[in-house]
Design a binder for this molecule. Structure first.
Ligand code: IMP
Ligand code: MG
Length: 192
């Protein structure tokens, strides 16, 4: 008989699982109702920071009952390393007009705070009605720029994590859970 639980092959590259697939699902349902409660029946312009926030955004928008417009913005702060390159680079900006709109900016993880503070700054220039931020993960201990998100899925320790949208060198985004990548698979092993 086939095994009822088939582990994703990439699980073998994880030291530990920090957030299970089930807890992600449960937390997103709650985040969806929290977001909806904060906006009443207003329309929300969701801006997703890709690629990292793709999976989280796809699940979260389905948990929010409000009317939603969706846009993506492409930012990169990492290369094939677990170390930040410093200044985040903007590769693709907004397509939708956000003037006088309620913007909800979504990212996978809040780390040094540089990415979200830069993107919030960019959006503010377009005179939105409001800007709020939502992240799945928050590594509070790593902040270099003062920044707090309005909605947070999980607080996590200062470890390099992959899965559910988060990558190392573009890999592991399709893992259904979030886990700590084995140190020997990180190059350079900064976060061991
Ligand atoms: P920040 O600008 O330092 O806050 O970094 C935010 C970005 O860094 C996120 O959008 C992620 O793409 C990336 N990042 C930060 N920590 C991790 C991690 O542990 N795993 C994968 N990506 C990360
Ligand atoms: Mg990323």
């Amino acid at each position: 008989m086939a095994n009822s639980v088939t582990l994703h092959p990439a699980h073998a590259d994880l030291d530990s699982i920090l957030v299970t697939e089930e807890s992600i699902k449960r937390r997103i349902r709650k985040l969806g109702t929290d977001v909806a409660a904060a906006y009443g029946d207003e329309e929300i312009t969701v801006v997703s920071i890709i690629n990292g926030a793709i999976l989280f955004t796809a699940d979260l928008v389905r948990a929010i009952a409000n009317p939603i417009r969706l846009d993506c913005i492409r930012i990169s702060s990492y290369r094939n390393e677990t170390k930040s390159l410093g200044k985040p680079q903007l590769f693709h900006s907004l397509t939708l007009d956000v003037a006088n709109r309620h913007v909800l900016l979504i990212d996978d993880i809040l780390d040094t705070g540089k990415t979200l503070s830069m993107v919030v700054g960019l959006i503010q220039k377009q005179s939105p009605a409001s800007v709020k931020t939502c992240v799945l993960l928050d590594k509070k201990g790593r902040r270099e720029v003062a920044f707090e998100a309005d909605f947070v899925g999980f607080q996590i320790p200062d470890k390099f994590v992959v899965g559910y949208g988060l990558d190392f060198a573009e890999r592991y985004r399709n893992l259904p859970c979030i886990g700590v990548l084995k140190p020997h698979l990180q190059n350079p092993p900064e976060w061991a």
